[in-house]
Design a binder for this molecule. Sequence first.
Ligand code: PLP
Length: 437
Amino acid sequence: MRAETLALHAGFDADPATKAVAVPIYQTAAYQFDTADQGAALFNLEEEGYRYSRIANPTVAVLEARVAALEGAAGALATASGQAALYYAFANVAHSCGKGAGRNIIATPQLYGTTHTLLHSVLPGQGITGRFAAGDGPEAIANCIDENTAAVFCETVGNPAGNVCDIEAIARVAHDHGVPLIVDNTVATPVLLKPADYGADIIVHSLTKFMGGHGSAMGGIVVDAGNFDWMANSDRFPQFTTPDHSYHGLVYAERFGRTAFIARARSVYQRTMGAILSPMSAFLLLQGIETVALRVERHVENGRRVAEFLRGDARVAWVNYAGFAESPYHALANKYLGGRPASLLTFGVKGGFQAGKDFYDALGLIKRLVNIGDAKSLACHPASTTHRQMPQAEQRKAGVTPETIRLSVGIEHSDDIIADLDQALAAAMRAQIKVAR
Ligand SMILES: Cc1ncc(COP(=O)(O)O)c(C=O)c1O
């Protein structure tokens, strides 16, 4: 089935108890056992079912099944936010099983600011080093991999750089070295790109963005394509292939096969750290996902119109948009996004930092905030917000200059979005003339 259909139907038909066709919100912390033995079987992971909502919940399970289906994947684990999903994915893949040697994760430099901070400044304190490649090409990544590498990581479409990664080539490099490729597919969504089709092994999303689309619920998800062979790479990944003594000697790859990564993320990280998605948020995100394919179509169309308006305007210094033939990512956008670049674009107003600030302050319809992927158009000044914690040199590598404005183009009428940009550009120019006098 296609994304439009899966987004409405995957993972749920009707409630077996009531025949309700809306996904019920199972607002419960725990589930009754038939007997002590049945409870034990659930705890031993021998029987499928629910025991406690920190481990799994039926409403959240529908969301997990739906996103896994949209990604063409084997399984998923929903989390409280996109950052929690990234943390679980990195910790799960890089767990060193007490073998001493610190693990590293090789990442492209164009990342969302907080993900950069996680890899650069937080995980090293836990024995996991984020190592940043010089660029997002496969050679730059290959140059960084060594015997302690646990994974390669990139954003399929970088936020805010808008770079489109060559997933197939990067997956090949990772697999040649016996490590999985983890991607963040938040900006592209499975409507534009299914990374598993090109060899990505683990796919992470912030569901807070385009997937939910309404900006009223936070959430994240770790999705397992189910194709990485942990057993064949057992020396590097003993956490999946040798007995887990914290869980009755369970061997995840033996018991769970294609969903070993998700099973361990749930049993080890979700169970002990508990960054769970609430059933209410899962319900809200499912409501949003029902329309994701339609919304993304309109986002893409509006993004193109806005990019063309900005390129043709003398008050704008530069526009970074993979839909333009002159973009270094144009060919990759054609290959991976079917020529439909996401509606995330960056640009600079003529006059530099101050002009950018004046423009930003003059926006009316377009909201000044740090989210992306809402149905509403949103604007952000990354250097002072999302990427503030990064040194300026790192900001540049991530596609952020002091004047950069990031636009997440929404699904309003494109004429209204453009009218707001036009008046804000005019205000920025007026402010410059005033200063010059
Ligand atoms: C590409 C990307 N990944 C992950 C995240 C983190 O998601 P959340 O805000 O849901 O934790 C964001 C947030 O902006 C993002 O843009």
